[in-house]
Write a protein that binds this ligand. Structure first.
Ligand code: PMV
Length: 302
């Protein structure tokens, strides 16, 4: 059986604000999670050996939510990752989507494509809720659709760009879990609701404007808005020295804009927008930076 793929994702604008009902723009990565399936006596997931006890239990619990929805199809799954885990690149959503697709392929094989997609989405969403508590839904939506997406309050729209939208992603070290960072922001937001509302509103405006910039192919404006987004995330205390160093490194390498991506906090990943990321990618790799480049949207060279 061909393995089922759950794509990783990168948030270009709007992380965290999206949890509070503001829009976000996210793109799917070519890296992700593969779920290999084989016929079995009972429905099961082989938990990867490199997970600790707590992580294994959480993964098992999440898988059971999806398996239960699919009425326990007789299939055993094994996961394989081509994506850095727990780094802000949507690995839990990618696991959820890969498992949900593999289960749906057996349990809902007879159903029409749309119905199958809806059920796959529901299973991935149930798994994400186990992983994150109260996720916005942007991660699994992007992972499932594998496109550049506008996401707001559960509604999605595909975005297209008339020019290639190239990014470089660099890793900025270990970080706390998304759930912890989201909870810490929630505590501050409860304490100081007024100024957080202003910051979220401004981030929402940046994301709205960025949508226009993407559709117009105005990369300098998109980069500028990503920088402003970073400033707002920093104002919410979601950046760190490790993230800032990598962001400034990307800007020095010629990024039109650079910011943290995903939950951020004490580490994770940063994203830079480039007209051509090849040179900077080589330079950063030569310095030992763990990074990769990819195209999120727009016409591709044949
Ligand atoms: O760091 P990640 O890949 O788990 O992304 C989290 C994105 C947030 O906006 C911070 C949370 C959410 O549920 O949207």
């Amino acid at each position: 059986m061909t393995p089922s793929f759950g794509a990783g994702k990168v948030i270009l604008l709007g992380e965290h604000a999206v949890v509070y009902g503001y829009p976000a723009i996210a793109g799917a990565l070519p890296l992700g999670i593969y779920a290999h399936a084989e016929a079995a006596e009972c429905c099961a997931l082989r938990v990867p050996d490199n997970l600790d006890e707590k992580q294994s239990a959480l993964l098992q619990q999440a898988f059971e939510k999806a398996a239960e929805f699919a009425a326990w199809p007789k299939v055993a799954l094994r996961l394989e990752a081509s994506l850095p885990m727990g780094a802000g690149l949507g690995s839990s959503a990618a696991v959820s989507v890969a498992c949900a697709k593999a289960l749906a392929a057996v349990a809902f094989a007879q159903e029409a494509h749309e119905a199958q997609l809806e059920k796959t989405n529901e299973m991935a969403w149930r798994m994400e809720q186990v992983f994150h508590g109260s996720p916005s839904g942007v991660d699994h939506s992007t992972s499932l659709r594998e496109t550049l997406l506008w996401f707001c309050q559960g509604k999605v729209q595909t975005l297209s760009s008339p020019v290639p939208l190239n990014i470089l992603v660099a890793m900025a070290g270990k970080r706390s879990s998304t759930q912890t960072t989201v909870a810490q922001l929630h505590t501050r937001q409860k304490k100081w609701p007024g100024h957080h509302k202003r910051l979220f509103e401004e981030m929402g405006r940046c994301t709205e404007e960025a949508r226009g910039a993407i559709e117009e192919g105005d990369l300098p404006l998109l980069g500028e808005l990503m920088n402003v987004n970073q400033g707002l995330l920093a104002a919410m205390q979601l950046d760190s020295e490790k993230l800032a160093q990598k962001i400034y490194r990307l800007r020095r390498a010629g990024a039109l804009g650079a910011k943290l991506t995903g939950a951020g906090g004490d580490g994770g990943a940063v994203v830079g927008l480039f007209e051509n990321p090849e040179g900077p990618l080589e330079a950063l790799r030569a310095e030992g930076v763990d990074c990769f480049a990819c195209q999120l949207a727009g016409p591709r060279a044949t």
